[in-house]
Write a protein that binds this ligand. Structure first.
Ligand code: CP3
Length: 345
């Protein structure tokens, strides 16, 4: 039996029960992942298609999830563009030569995605290994989130240097965003051609912007990506966090499915983006640490707010954390399926 309820929900078609997957579902909370990681660096896992495909399937083999997401990272395109990327142990990502001025932006190469052929190959191998069990999602970082890493040189609290460039050197900023938008469009197109059945654009940190800044400095570049990929015909998910105040504009920027974090009620968010798009979310990742009866209360509340309307994909509002209890992950997936069971379809 082919499980297509995730793709059906993306298209707002009726489903037998609500599909569920978790951002970062392949990762450190799983012993299988940790034991592979003990032998290989993060970048080695990403750049070896056999290993990336294997990690992609780890959560699928263990849980009845309704979608797989290719194992990679949003920062991979920075390397062939000319930035030196390292996943430093215990520190997160580091870019050793960050982008700080016009000359740095000029130096960034516009790659056509061929440099990331290892991701395409991982997608082909993961599709083969999945053998139709569940659909495979491809992904990329959105221009703002990528720019924040490229400029800050790593993770950031206040996005000071990012906003300094945005406000002080708007021409440089827009050139940087345009380069990312073009690279990401080509990269995602290659992922789709390799077999990705849906794609997700991660604008994880865009919620740090005012609505006015989003419209002026970000939205046109995101629009370019979604417009450029429309004709590929696969569902596109537009994800961000801290975005309760800009959901309408994110929807306007594009996407068939809009990501909703946990800071807003799902029903309110869905009315805001409009019922003519699908929504994905919106459990707090920290809720997975709660006792099972409390998780169940929260899952039931989200499902009640989705109201049985076609077009809800259950997910966390952000990535699953490395110390998440694995039995709670299994129980949550089971709750989503059981509590959302529809009769007669
Ligand atoms: O969802 C999946 O299972 C697919 C794999 C995936 C990874 N990163 C693997 C990863 C995906 C979809 C991402 C996206 C990503 N990467 C985002 C957007 C999603 C989000 O959480 O906001 C961001 C901002 C990044 C950048 C990044 N990569 C950071 C900040 C870190 C370090 C923080 C951390 O969690 O360790 C990474 C490293 C990373 N990417 C790991 C994994 C499994 C941990 C690496 C390890 O094993 O040590």
């Amino acid at each position: 039996m082919i499980n297509d309820r995730f793709l059906r929900a993306c298209r707002r078609e009726p489903v037998d029960c609500t599909p569920v997957w978790f951002m970062r579902q392949a990762g450190r909370y799983m012993a299988e992942y940790r034991s592979l990681r003990a032998k290989h660096s993060m970048l080695e896992l990403c750049k070896t298609p056999e290993l990336a495909a294997q990690v992609t399937l780890q959560p699928i083999d263990r849980f009845p999830l309704d979608a797989a997401i290719i194992f990679a990272d949003i920062l991979l395109p920075l390397e062939p563009m000319g930035l030196s990327l390292e996943f430093a142990e215990g520190e997160g990502p580091v870019i050793h030569n960050p982008v700080r001025n016009q000359a740095d932006v000029d130096r960034l190469k516009i790659i056509d995605g061929g440099e990331l052929e290892y991701v395409a190959e991982a997608i082909r191998q993961a599709r083969l290994a999945l053998n139709g069990r569940v659909p495979l999602i491809g992904f990329a970082g959105a221009p703002f989130t990528l720019a924040s890493y490229a400029i800050e040189g790593g993770s950031s609290r206040n996005y000071l240097l990012t906003k300094q460039m945005m406000y002080g050197e708007p021409k440089t900023w827009h050139q940087l965003m345009d380069k990312f938008a073009r690279v990401i469009t080509g990269y995602l197109r290659r992922q789709i051609k390799a077999g990705a059945q849906a794609i997700q654009l991660f604008d994880s940190w865009v919620g740090c912007l005012s609505i006015g800044d989003y419209i002026e400095y970000v939205m046109p570049h995101v629009q370019l990506i979604f417009e450029g990929l429309k004709r590929e015909g696969v569902p596109m998910i537009h994800f961000g966090t801290g975005t309760s105040a800009m959901l309408r504009q994110m929807r306007e920027a594009g996407g068939d499915v809009i990501g909703i974090d946990w800071r807003i009620h799902l029903d309110e968010a869905w009315s805001t983006v409009g019922h003519d798009v699908a929504v994905q979310g919106n459990l707090d990742p920290l809720a997975l640490y709660a006792p099972l009866h409390e998780i169940e209360r929260r899952v039931a509340d989200i499902l009640r707010r989705a109201g049985g309307r076609p077009g809800h994909i259950f997910n966390l509002g952000h990535g699953i954390l490395p110390t998440t209890p694995i039995d709670h992950v299994a129980a949550t997936i089971e709750m989503v399926h059981t509590l959302s069971q529809r009769s007669g379809t």
